[in-house]
Write a protein that binds this ligand. Structure first.
Ligand code: CMP
Length: 143
């Protein structure tokens, strides 16, 4: 089993797409192990995306991610990191494959509806960022 951090970004929450995206997550076979609605401060968004600090899109990215509520989730499945990235599609919605979440719900490379961890080390950091010290529900327990 593997875990990944997923975010339903402020653009998607604002457009009331949360329920539809959650349905797609469950239909794809992920177990939701943790979930919160968060309103990030600019500083929290900067901390989360620290690896991108210095890139030209960093100020816009952190402004957008702190512009309204977002849903953060821990998803579990065999190969969860890759499978969630596959379901999301390419970062740029116009390049994402047909049927992917970003193709369907994203409107630009910045406002691309969802986020996912890109590697096990990133997943550990990102899960810890939003769910520090939380004992996540385990198989055989909740869910
Ligand atoms: P995400 O998977 O959340 O990781 C970093 C985010 O930066 C990415 O999705 C995009 O939404 C955003 N971003 C904005 N502009 C760019 C860009 N030019 N290249 C890559 N990512 C970008």
């Amino acid at each position: 089993m593997e875990r990944t951090l997923a975010i339903i970004k402020p653009d998607a929450v604002r457009r009331r797409l949360t329920g539809r995206i959650l349905a797609r997550i469950e239909e794809a076979g992920f177990q939701i192990r943790a979930m919160r609605l968060v309103q990030l401060t600019r500083t929290e968004a900067e901390g989360f995306y620290a690896v991108h600090r210095g890139k030209p899109f960093f100020p816009g990215l952190t402004e957008f991610m702190s512009s309204g509520p977002a849903v953060v989730l821990v998803l579990e499945a065999p190969g969860a990191i890759g499978r969630w990235r596959e379901l999301m599609g390419a970062t740029d919605p116009s390049k994402a494959a047909e049927g992917t979440l970003r193709r369907e719900y994203g409107t630009s490379i910045g406002e691309n509806a969802t986020h996912g961890s890109d590697a096990p080390e990133t997943a550990a950091f990102e899960i810890g960022y939003f769910f520090p010290g939380v004992e996540l529900a385990r198989a055989g327990g909740v869910g």
